[in-house]
Ligand binder design. Structure first.
Ligand SMILES: NC(=O)c1ccc[n+]([C@@H]2O[C@H](COP(=O)([O-])OP(=O)(O)OC[C@H]3O[C@@H](n4cnc5c(N)ncnc54)[C@H](O)[C@@H]3O)[C@@H](O)[C@H]2O)c1
Ligand SMILES: O=c1ccn([C@@H]2O[C@H](COP(=O)(O)OP(=O)(O)O[C@H]3O[C@H](CO)[C@H](O)[C@H](O)[C@H]3O)[C@@H](O)[C@H]2O)c(=O)[nH]1
Length: 329
């Protein structure tokens, strides 16, 4: 019988790409999503249950009616600036709701768990390449809310037979090569999304948030990972959990950093559009440089990225944004 997996947040950007790859790999899927930012049309495999993680009765019912082998927990609120303005919402949706989910796992004896964490747990990093063992000192409530969830998962695991893979994603971008799914969140304000919008004439300009960082060109540096490679890391993590009895925390990045200026230049080159760029002040809560030490996930999960080039990330993102724009017109 196929393995049955609960995917919270499977209607969202990263969840839907993972659902596609899990479906293609033969898993039986139930997506639990409140559709706050996700969309049913992004779910290409499995069953959708519309529900909120704060509704413990509805969540419990899903566990009762399905015999899950594992849980993939994507559902969360994801905006760093929003988390600074509304921190309690972030602790509620990201930390408290993770606790609700873990309590269901405990009640229904589901003991394999893959958690969507973030490079934001590291905060301002001292070394260029941040290791899984590097200090975790988040500089915004979003990062704190995820780090608290990590701690709860670890404590529960220490006290039980519960095993986890915590995946700390770096900056996720790009879209599935099929053109069927991509980043559709209406409020998404990630750099590559915003740059593509400008290239397609859907916004007048892009602001660079800070040009006075201690980086070679003064702008923030990030490790951008293609969403299809990240989705595959989840498939690999499930295989790992099925065959190993150890929990892991793994960075998901390529180990290659690009500055904001480099990313915007790349978008201009690939789109052929010289959109307006405005230099503005730093955005609160932004670290200068976040790049992954990326060996552990390759060694442990056998993860082999296929799309580790900024050109591929930007061209698939642009193709998706064009499609979205055409559908809107
Ligand atoms: N996008 C990134 O660059 C990035 C980087 C690091 C980590 N992450 C993490 O990856 C995960 C997925 O992010 P994404 O970019 O796909 O975001 P997204 O907003 O596209 O997806 C989140 C999904 O969760 C659902 N959801 C949110 N709160 C819910 C709740 N209370 N109950 C049920 N469903 C709920 C939303 O409707 C949506 O479908 C998140 O946990 C996020 O913190 C994302
Ligand atoms: O309009 C913009 C948007 C972003 N940036 C800059 O571009 C870089 C990337 O910013 P994003 O908003 O694209 O992403 P973040 O690095 O802030 O955060 C993302 O990656 C983190 C992990 O590194 C978290 O997981 C988080 O969920 C996710 O939003 C930063 O230096 C930011 O200041 C701009 O200059 N202008």
């Amino acid at each position: 019988m196929n393995k049955k997996i609960l995917v919270t947040g499977g209607a969202g950007y990263i969840g839907s790409h993972t659902v596609k790859q899990l479906g293609e790999s033969g898993y039986d899927l139930v997506v639990y999503d409140n559709l706050s930012t996700g969309s049913p049309s992004a779910i290409l495999y499995g069953e959708l249950v519309v529900g909120d993680l704060n509704d413990t009765q509805s969540l419990s019912q899903v566990f009762k009616t399905n015999n899950f082998d594992a849980v993939l927990h994507f559902a969360a609120s994801i905006s760093v600036p929003e988390s600074i303005v509304n921190p309690l919402d972030y602790y509620a949706n990201n930390t408290r709701n993770t606790l609700n989910l873990l309590q269901c796992c405990q009640e229904f004896d589901v003991n394999k768990f893959v958690f969507s964490s973030t490079a934001a747990v590291y905060g301002d990093t001292k070394e260029y390449l941040v290791k899984e063992t590097s200090p975790t000192m988040p500089v915004n409530p979003y990062g704190c809310s995820k780090l608290m969830s990590e701690r709860i998962i670890q404590d529960y695991s220490r006290a039980s037979n519960f095993k986890y893979v915590i995946l700390r994603y770096f900056n996720v971008a790009g879209a599935d090569h099929s053109g069927k799914i991509g980043q559709s969140g209406k409020k998404a304000a990630h750099l590559i999304k915003v740059g593509c919008d400008a290239a397609l004439g859907r916004r007048d300009s892009v602001s660079i948030f800070g040009t006075d960082y201690s980086t070679p060109d003064g702008t923030g540096i990030r490790d951008y990972i293609h969403v299809e490679d990240l989705a595959m890391a989840h498939v690999n993590a499930l295989v790992y959990l099925a065959t190993n009895n150890e929990s892991q925390i793994l960075n998901c990045g390529y180990g290659q950093g690009y500055s904001v200026r480099e990313v915007l230049t790349n978008i201009k080159n690939i789109s052929g559009v010289d959109f307006t760029v405005i230099e503005t002040a730093r955005r609160p809560g932004d670290p200068a440089c976040v790049v992954a030490a990326a060996d552990k996930i390759r060694d442990l999960l056998g993860w082999q990225p296929k799309y580790n080039s900024l050109d591929t990330i930007v061209s698939t993102a642009l193709a998706w944004e064009k499609r979205l724009a055409e559908n809107l017109n």
